[in-house]
Each structure stands twice: as structure tokens, then as C-alpha cells.
Design a protein around this ligand. Sequence first.
Ligand SMILES: [Cu+2]
Length: 229
Amino acid sequence: MSKGGRLATSLVLFLVAVGLVVWGVAGLLTPGTPGGEMNFTHAQAPGQPVNLTVQTVGAIGFGSHPTWVSYLTKDPASGHWIQDNTWVLPAHTVIDMTVYQYDSGSPLRNQEWGQVQGTIGGSATINGANYSVYNSNSGNGVGHTFSVPELGLSVPLIGVSANAQVCGAGPCHTSSPHNVIKFSFKTPGPGNYHWQCFVPCGLGYLFGNGGPMSTENYMGGFLDVVHAS
Ligand SMILES: [Cu+2]
């Protein structure tokens, strides 16, 4: 090989090495989940309530942390369950939220989170029955909450029996034990509002608050509220 050829080969190999390093570092910095936002602004006619459907699972089953608890969102366009829990929502619009809760529960450390707060009518329904407070020391306890602190909104998501065949990996299907929890709330003006779960469900982390509790797209995300078009 000529000197020029060797030089060109070395240069190509060097650039490939640099590329691999950049790719590796970028991979470390990027969460292993789609970091996009799910858009709900065109899922219905302007001014009409938005249907937002999510599920909570005891183990996501895929990605970089398959054993972590997580929310999944039903894509209004494709109907697929996606771990993309930041939603673009129209402002001043009623959101009809449905949660398929597939995880087991436990007694709450703070009974405050057993209360339905900030929904339209101040209540929610579980499998069709109205409730405004849930005693987590009874029944199957609470698995997670859906809470938007800036909106004073919080709903306890009641667990399924831990003795049942709890769904082992998301996305879960309605053939697994689940509770269907429904409630409605109204979006405020445009802005970014964070939502999260307040049950320390990060099993294996300090006080249950690490891991999925402190990683976006597992037990938290954002309401990206925009001017209705
Ligand atoms: Cu949780």
C-alpha cells in the first residue's frame, strides 16, 4: 500500500474510532426510551374533550430498565402503547383520563395520597364505581398516584391483588388483572406542568424514591400545555 493509501486508511480508521466514542457517550447521556412528546392537540375536534389513556405496569419489560415500574401511554394516532409520558395538550380543555392499573399496591405512608383531589366533580371512578378517597390500609392498597402538583390534581390508583397473576411485563393486556380508573380535569393556560407518582414505588432504591421515581418517563413526565389551535 502506498504511503498516501496508508494515511487515508489511518484517517478513516481514526474517524471511525472518534465516531464510535461520540456514539457511545451520546448513548450514555440519552435515556433508553423515546424522548419525544405525544401530541394530543389533533386527536379530536377543537374544544372537545381529549381522551388520554395510560397504563401502569409493575415492570416495563423492555428498554434499559426492564424491571422498573412505569407508565405507558396509548398513542392516539396508532393505538400503540408507548413509554412516552410527556403529552402535548390543548389549553383550557377537558381531559378525560383513563388509567389501566396493572400493578399491585400497598398501604400509603401518607394517607393524603389516598384522596382524589382536583378532578372535575372531586371524584374518580374505579371499575365504574365512584370514589373520592381510598383507605389504603384496606383491600389491595394503592399502587401509584397520578398527580400534577401545580394543578392540585391527584388520584390514587388502587392496586390489583398481589396474589393474582399480576402482569409481568408491559405493555399489559386486559387479560391480566387490572383496575380501570377514570377521571377528568381541565388543562390550565399554556405552560409546562410536571406530573408524577407520589407512591415511593422505586423498589430497591433508597426509601423507594430513586430509579423509576426519579427518571422521566417511568413515574413522571410533563403536561406540555399549548394554545389550542
Ligand atoms: Cu408509582
